[in-house]
Design a protein around this ligand. Structure first.
Ligand code: GDP
Length: 471
């Protein structure tokens, strides 16, 4: 915890007097260089210095209790990730309690008769997984690798395996579609083994379960395999003390404002607390569990919906609890400024990269296509971003300069103007007329779509326009 200014100077290589100046700037009066600084203040100072900081929570001496595993489903497109999640969701108590009407909240819990439970992240796919990892959120404990029994190992199966390996997350294989006549699970196992996966039945430790998401067979065995894996990992978390949590999904509700689904990693999140979430902040006005029931606290691995944030956070953002509104505001401002700086740097670096690559390619000049993506929910943002990147070619470099959730706003226009970007609004409300007018004045194109295919068609023709050589 608390570090003194002297220690901070040692760690950052800054002089005492410049640190004191920074502290004064962030509104912290320093009585003595040997007074411990709070972790919030240390983070603020580090941000001012442009140093990347990550809070490390010490659980030393804390009482640790077993916690449920958090599971992500990955695999090749059409191998049945969504169907499997749907089938698993139907085995959950939540589904029964809610009479089948559950909202998509980004996560759900399956409670087993034995009393144990499993938390599933509800956005299948690699994009969500890597986006979270990129923000440092190690939320997933176990990956369910879905492989269709009639199709076998495909490129995205391999990709999912590398994601899991890189993240050091163990895999449980679900061979899906075993109901199909063409299903050949044994063949799939051989393929997986030749990819280097050490399957249990071949003497390794990767469990394999044969399932059918459509016929709903093998689901209980899959759940048992996940619990066994969790047991082997001896997953534990601190229950007492301030929460450390991550956002898995965020959306804007007309009546209730920004809502974030979060999963607590450690500690207990309590209604009424001040939190900083990524670069947003707020005071928790309400906590709801997966059936929408109000609760006053959330413990590890429990997905929870948070109401009361001032703005929309991003999937993978960390949630930290702070003492006061003032602290929350200060940290939020500091983080916003820092991420703005980082982003501008990235844009300028992206430019140089594009310039360099066009220098290298003498024959074809690569046209850069800066794009800002806005969509209704985080998952869609990711899907749209991935789809747009598929337009990349030797002639065209799709540069996604900024993404966000919600309608196109004035700040999007400002950014678009700064870097010559076009704005894509996917499944979002039309921007207010002041924004559209500002876009027209600055000759910025806003493309709004509700169907990915149409968006790609539209962008494709725009690209052909920009790069005459590509038609
Ligand atoms: P995703 O792209 O991995 O999310 O795959 P989907 O869940 O959308 O499934 C792709 C297609 O496979 C859909 O038409 C499903 O109905 C079908 N499908 C998924 N699971 C099974 C299964 O267990 N058996 C059969 N026969 N079809 C399945």
């Amino acid at each position: 915890e608390g570090m003194t200014i002297v220690e901070l100077a040692k760690r950052t290589g800054e002089s005492l007097s410049s640190l004191q100046d920074i502290l004064l700037n962030v509104g912290e009066k320093v009585e003595s260089e040997f007074d411990p600084l709070s972790i919030d203040i240390a983070e603020l100072v580090a941000m001012e210095l442009g140093v990347n900081v990550r809070r490390r929570h010490s659980d030393e001496g804390a009482k640790l209790l077993a916690r449920p595993p958090v599971v992500t489903v990955m695999g090749h497109v059409d191998h049945g990730k969504t169907s499997l999640l749907d089938a698993l969701r139907q085995t959950s108590l939540v589904e029964k309690e809610a009479g089948g009407i559950t909202q998509h909240l980004g996560a759900f819990v399956v409670s087993m008769p034995s009393g144990s439970s499993i938390t599933f992240l509800d956005t299948p796919g690699h994009a969500a997984f890597s986006a979270m990892r990129a923000r440092g959120a190690a939320v997933t404990d176990i990956v369910v690798l879905v492989v269709a029994a009639d199709d076998g190992v495909m490129p995205q199966t391999q990709e999912a395996m590398s994601h899991a390996t890189l993240a050091k997350v163990p895999v449980v294989v679900a061979i899906n579609k075993c109901d199909k006549p063409a299903a050949d699970p044994e063949q799939v196992k051989l393929q997986l083994a030749s990819e280097g996966l050490l399957l249990e039945e071949m003497g390794g430790d990767v469990q394999v379960v044969e399932v059918s998401a459509v016929k709903k067979t093998g689901l209980d065995r899959l759940e048992e395999a996940l619990l066994l894996q969790a047991e082997l990992m001896d997953l534990k978390a601190r229950i007492d003390g301030p929460a450390q949590a991550y956002v898995v999904e965020a959306r804007l509700d007309r009546g209730r404002g920004p809502l974030a689904t979060a999963i607590v990693k450690a500690g207990t999140l309590v209604c009424g607390q001040y939190v900083v979430v990524g670069s947003e902040w707020g005071r928790i006005r309400a906590l709801r569990d997966m059936v929408g029931k109000m609760t006053d606290r959330a413990t590890p691995a429990m997905p929870i919906e948070i109401e009361g944030l001032k703005g929309l956070p991003m999937a993978g953002d960390d949630i930290v609890v702070v003492d006061s509104e003032e602290r929350a505001r200060m940290l939020s401002t500091g983080r916003t400024r820092k991420s703005e700086k980082d982003r501008l740097r990235k844009i300028s670096e992206g430019r140089t990269e594009a310039e360099e690559s066009s220098e290298e390619q003498e024959v074809v000049e690569r046209v850069e296509m800066p794009i800002i993506v806005k969509a209704d929910v985080q998952g869609t943002v990711q899907a749209v971003t991935d789809a747009l990147k598929s337009l990349n070619s030797p002639q065209v470099f799709v540069n996604i300069v900024h993404v966000g959730v919600g309608p196109v706003s004035q700040s999007d226009i400002d950014l678009a103007r700064a870097c010559g970007a076009c704005i894509v609004g996917f499944n979002v409300k039309n921007p207010p007329s002041s924004v559209t007018q500002a876009a027209t004045r600055a000759s910025i194109q806003i493309k709004t779509h509700r169907v990915i295919y149409h968006l790609l068609e539209d962008m494709g023709s725009l690209i052909v326009h920009k790069a005459p050589g590509t038609a």
